[in-house]
Design a protein around this ligand. Structure first.
Ligand code: CA2
Length: 145
């Protein structure tokens, strides 16, 4: 059966490409989904690409991933810096977890320098723009392969 990579996106990322392009670029989430899906398909993987503005929904998707996904790529957005609930959920997932940030969070406000999710992530990409998602999917494929 085809293995699936979950790609989870947190609050406000539905606005990608529509607001603040100077920080987050011009690609929309749909553009990113297309690139990731193609990359994964070339390597024989499926992608489930999701976005929510609600913390509990992201927790529920991580729970779903426990039985449905081989790996998780996650940009938790602002929940990166606040959510023990998402960290706890990720700690119940047995496969690889990769954290993505479009912007270089370390070059921004100090409250963005700490990530709860990094306590679980096997790798972190920040500041590579929306290309960071494709890099994370490539890395996920090599970790799963
Ligand atoms: O750089 C990233 O990917 C972030 O995860 C983005 C979050 C931010 O809170 C993190 O510190 C870093 C914010 C996502 C907001 O997305 C928007 C996209 C377009 C327009 C406005 C917001």
């Amino acid at each position: 059966m085809t293995e699936t990579i979950y790609i989870l996106n947190g609050p406000n990322l539905n606005l990608l490409g529509k607001r603040q392009p100077e920080i987050y670029g011009y690609d929309t989430l749909e553009d990113i989904e297309g690139v990731c899906t193609e990359l994964a398909a070339d390597a024989g993987y499926a992608v489930r690409f999701l976005q929510s503005n609600h913390e509990g929904q992201i927790v529920d998707w991580v729970h779903e991933a426990r039985s449905e996904a081989s790996g998780i790529v996650i940009n938790p957005a602002a929940y990166t810096h606040t959510s023990v609930a998402i960290l706890d959920a990720l700690n119940t997932f047995e496969g690889p977890v990769l954290e993505v940030h479009i912007s270089n969070v370390h070059k921004r406000e100090s409250f963005r320098h700490h990530s709860y999710v990094s306590l679980r992530a096997d790798g972190v990409i920040a500041g590579f723009g929306t290309e960071g998602y494709a890099l994370a999917v490539r890395r996920m494929i090599s970790l799963l392969g």
